[in-house]
Design a protein around this ligand. Structure first.
Ligand code: IPM
Ligand code: MG
Length: 355
């Protein structure tokens, strides 16, 4: 089992260190190799995704990724910014299926900004298409506006596009995932305005014919954003495009109390996967031992389940995480009165102990 470990920037290295400790505490044999990515890689090698890092990632069964990004790189040309590392990995490895579960742990019900009764027991899965849409659509760029409201003015443009096979394959991923859960899929689109999402809706509806045991409904993205805070438990699996999925998955994560708890998986058609916490690099708290390593530890569990075919080891990690929460251990992001505040390393070591 070859794992490429890419810690990245900000809190990335601290949280990944704890997840690797947890992996090493399992009685399994891994071949773990680390490489720089993001701003750290730019500083050392002049590029956020150096060739050697990409090669290591391509040769691995799975990638454990920390986070990338820091304000200090905001002035770099776009191709050199840290974010290009994750976008490049998604593109080069064809990681089109992004799983972002939003689960509200029993002990954290009160950490949510919503009323506890709205989120208690929440368990939704957002499936975000990850290699198409306006993120990657060409053409894009800056130019002098040829027409529109201000012809001749400076203009920037991006292109939203999806092909039928791209929508088909992500729809299948969603229906298959729903079969393992509560058998409900909500496809989120903007078909009332956008051609791209009319095609999306049509194709999802067609693919649904192969999954008669799964219920499908369609929702416009603005309404979905509203329903997520109104009645989040109504959802089971949400499937949507790259841009809407980016936004809705951040929204959904906050329902659970802390984005610091949420893992994610990005898979290609060979089930090779990149596993990363749903949160970012949080440069403001980097190096202080304040970051919550649980999202990364839970991402390692997803990795064992989806790419390494070790579901029992995945269960063990998830059980250990529940145990440390039940013991009352909390990093600052999920702390509340009456619990015990711990740092990144203590939290990681508590999970190892619970294993
Ligand atoms: C995410 C992030 C990325 C995205 C950024 C860092 C490029 O926000 O994974 O959700 O927009 O996809
Ligand atoms: Mg995002």
């Amino acid at each position: 089992m070859k794992i490429a470990v890419l810690p990245g920037d900000g809190i990335g290295p601290e949280i990944v260190t704890e997840a690797v400790k947890v992996l090493r505490a399992l009685d399994l044999k891994f071949d773990i190799e680390e490489a720089p990515v993001g701003g750290t890689a730019y500083d050392a090698h002049g590029h956020p995704l150096p060739d050697a890092t990409l090669k290591l990632a391509q040769a691995a069964d799975a990638i454990l990724f920390g986070a990338v990004g820091d304000w200090k790189y905001d002035k770099l040309d776009r191709p050199l910014r840290p974010e290009q590392a994750i976008l490049g990995l998604r593109k080069h490895l064809g990681l089109f299926a992004n799983f972002r579960p939003a689960i509200c742990y029993e002990q954290l019900t009160h950490a949510s900004s919503l009323k506890p009764e709205l989120v208690a027991g929440l368990d939704i899965l957002i499936i975000r298409e990850l290699t198409g849409d306006i993120y990657f659509g060409q053409p894009r760029g800056r130019r002098v506006a040829p027409d529109g409201h201000f012809p001749g003015a400076e203009e920037a443009f991006d292109t939203m596009r999806y092909t039928r096979p791209e929508v088909e394959r992500i729809a299948r991923v969603a229906f298959e995932a729903a079969r393992q859960r509560h058998k409900r899929v909500t496809s989120v689109d903007k078909a009332n305005v956008l051609e791209t999402f009319q095609l999306w809706k049509d194709v999802v509806t067609e693919v649904h014919q192969d999954y008669a045991d799964v219920a499908l409904d369609h929702m416009y993205v603005d309404n979905a954003a509203m329903q997520l805070v109104k009645e989040p438990k109504k959802f089971d699996v949400i499937v949507t495009g790259n841009m809407f999925g980016d936004i809705l998955s951040d929204e959904a994560s906050m329902l659970t109390g802390s984005i610091g708890m949420l893992p994610s998986a990005s898979l290609n058609s060979q089930r090779q996967g990149l596993y990363e916490p749903s949160h970012g690099s949080a440069p403001d708290i980097a190096g202080k031992g304040l970051a919550n390593p649980l999202a990364t530890i839970l991402s390692a569990a997803m990795m064992l389940r989806f790419s390494l075919n070790q579901p029992e080891a995945a269960d063990r990690i998830e059980t250990a995480v529940k145990k440390v929460l039940a013991q009352g251990l909390r990093t600052p992001d999920i702390y509340s009165e009456g619990t015990t505040k711990v740092g990144t390393r203590e939290m990681g070591e508590a999970v190892v102990k619970a294993l």
